[in-house]
Design a binder for this molecule. Structure first.
Ligand code: UDP
Length: 247
């Protein structure tokens, strides 16, 4: 179906949201801009928008097939998807299978430690405050989500992790950790929103044991390792090879 791009509703660090002719839907454009460390580090990578758009669309489809409610409706073009218009819950829900990143910077937990069961960390989504980590009690005080919705968010995140971890394992990739965002659509249904791409997931190549070379995600930009686009292309290539071999 053709969707006419209406006016810009919101511009974030890596995406733009446009109105659609259907008021319950939006067009989401994936940009080439990259930011890290709460936007203190910025760059642009030609082709990143297209890669993240295609990767996200494929992963949202996989989740929907597995019964996970998401905002994704359809891939619109190379850099646009159509999605439910949602009210974003200002929470960043991180789930970790292997310790790295902020967990190892902020605690004495050793890099590479297997986390079983996976560790679920909640952050308050607020750039000005630097997305602070939340305790259960702070979350309660903030009053941004009901206890029932929070229970659903946790259940869905654990299921998403299980689905994606197994899927990426079959592509010879370790799903180290990732961040999800949630929202409520026009009928008040809780859905997984935002994107699922190497910008918000960490992937390590199982076929490579070198701790730097195996990184196939935004850590290549965060750590100035180079080869950012090659890494994102490798993720899409493995997803596409998998779907072509499935038919
Ligand atoms: N993440 C994200 N957005 C953020 C913070 C983290 O998408 O604002 C993702 C990140 O890509 C990683 C996971 O969440 O997959 C855990 O990130 P971490 O807390 O280790 O923070 P970082 O080391 O990136 O500062």
């Amino acid at each position: 179906m053709n969707h006419i791009q209406g006016s810009l509703i919101y511009e974030g660090k890596a995406k733009r949201i446009f109105e659609c002719e259907n008021p319950d839907r939006v067009l989401i454009e994936f940009k080439n801009d990259a930011t890290a460390f709460n936007a203190k580090k910025r760059s642009e990578f030609k082709g990143k928008g297209r890669l993240n758009c295609k990767i996200s669309a494929a992963l949202f489809k996989l989740l929907e097939l597995n019964g996970i409610p998401t905002h994704f409706l359809e891939l619109h073009s190379e850099t646009f998807i159509i999605a439910d218009k949602i009210n974003v819950i200002p929470l960043e829900v991180v789930i970790r299978n292997i310790a790295t990143g902020s967990l190892c910077r902020e605690t004495p937990i050793k890099q590479g430690k297997l986390l079983s069961p996976p560790l679920l960390d909640l952050y308050y989504k607020d750039d000005e405050l630097g997305d602070p980590i939340l305790t259960e009690r702070r979350l309660k005080l903030l009053d941004i989500i009901t206890p029932f919705q929070m229970e659903e968010v946790e259940k869905i995140t654990i299921s998403v992790n299980k689905i994606l971890k197994e899927y990426f394992d079959s592509l010879d990739l370790l799903l180290v950790d990732f961040k999800l965002e949630f929202g409520l659509n026009s009928v008040g249904k809780l859905v997984v929103a935002d994107e699922i791409s190497p910008d918000n997931c960490r992937f390590w190549d199982k076929k490579n044991s070198d701790p730097k070379e195996r990184i196939l995600d935004k850590d290549r930009f965060r750590q100035d390792l180079g080869g950012v686009i090659n890494a994102y292309e490798e993720i899409l290539k493995r997803i596409e090879n998998d779907s072509s071999s499935a038919h």
